[in-house]
Design a binder for this molecule. Structure first.
Ligand SMILES: O=C(Cc1ccccc1)Nn1cnc2ccccc21
Length: 327
């Protein structure tokens, strides 16, 4: 059995939300290949923090005795609580004994997110934060039901896309799928590009980073980022806006990763114009920004992933790998 779930972007493609049914309640969760915990808003939160969200009724649920979770994300946001076992359905696929992590505390960033009802982690289960015993991700729990141990993402700019589980949909991409090996030793979908380019300016330095659907932008070393915006007239690193901004009518340089020898994976310049900074100024915020303090790895987030049909292959032919094709 395979499955497909439709995922829909919030404003400015800030995050993509996908319906998930837990018990008999449907939550809209942020599918995140950069973490490995499935957590939801719950009745253990202060009432005001529950308002506007689907809420997990812990009183009707099967507690995992003695288990708890606490997670800190690279952007400084955090959440924590206790753990239940429940039936979780995504795109027609069912995990009967899925660890559902009920949020009892949320940091301000999550309290401000009026739309997401939680997260569904799709990184490797070694990254799961439940103690005393790590729990499996939804993907690990349904893997044995799938034709192939793969998740394929089709995220789009300003339009619904899909998460395919167990199969690769040839109708969703053009040209060949180019595969690159993944190093899952730190629990992420980590891969290395042999080189990269800003437009025609090829830089023959390798670049290692993670394919992360839970991060909005592309986060790179600050010297690399300043080199990119040197090509964009009027661009500046603005402390006021928290990163590089430029006139919205700027023509942005494409960003290319060279993988698997000589295959180019290119993000068109248009996708690197992330969004206007506000309603009155004609400044736009860049889709490539410097990775901040907590993050010691490059992150190929949604701005990167939107240009590609990406196959997160957990081992259909040996080790884990990522496949890229234009969409
Ligand atoms: O934490 C990060 C990386 C990040 C983003 C922005 C600035 C610095 C570092 N992404 N992320 C991946 N999954 C997440 C889930 C929640 C919050 C952030 C999440």
């Amino acid at each position: 059995l395979n499955g497909t779930a439709v995922t829909s972007p919030e404003a400015n493609d800030l995050e993509y939300l996908t319906p998930v049914t837990i018990g008999n309640v449907t939550f809209h969760l942020d599918f995140d290949t950069g973490s490995a915990d499935l957590w939801v808003y719950s009745d253990e939160l202060p009432t005001d923090e529950q308002t506007g969200h689907a809420v997990y009724a812990t009183t009707d649920s099967k507690l995992l005795p003695g288990s708890s979770w606490e997670i800190l994300y690279g952007d400084g946001s955090s959440a924590g609580g206790d753990v239940f076992a429940d039936t979780v359905v995504v795109g027609g696929l069912t995990a009967t004994m899925q660890a559902v992590e009920a949020a009892a505390t949320l940091s301000a960033e999550f309290e401000r997110d009026a739309h997401s009802d939680g997260l569904l982690g799709l990184a490797f289960s070694t990254l799961n934060m439940v103690k005393p015993q790590k729990q499996s991700t939804f993907f690990d729990n349904v893997k044995s039901q799938l034709d192939l141990p793969v998740i394929a993402t089709s995220l789009k700019h300003g339009a619904p896309g899909t998460y395919d589980f167990g199969f690769i949909d040839e109708n969703k991409y053009t040209g060949p799928l180019t595969y690159v090996d993944v190093d899952s030793s730190r629990g992420y979908w980590t891969f290395t590009a042999d080189a990269y380019a800003f437009g025609d300016d090829q830089i023959s330095t390798s670049l290692t980073g993670i394919a992360d659907t839970g991060t909005t932008l592309i986060l790179l070393p600050s010297d690399t980022v300043s080199r990119y915006y040197a090509n964009v007239s009027g661009a500046q690193d603005s402390p006021l806006h928290g990163g590089y901004v430029f006139p919205c009518d700027s023509k942005l340089t494409p960003f290319t990763l060279v993988v698997a020898g000589n295959h180019s994976v290119t993000v068109p310049g248009e996708l690197i114009n992330y969004a206007p900074v506000g309603s009155v100024s004609n400044l736009c915020f860049g889709g490539i920004q410097a990775a901040s303090g907590l993050v010691d790895i490059n992150i190929f987030g949604d701005v990167f992933l939107k240009s590609q049909y990406v196959v997160f292959d957990a081992g259909s032919q040996g080790g884990p790998r990522l496949g890229f094709a234009n969409q």
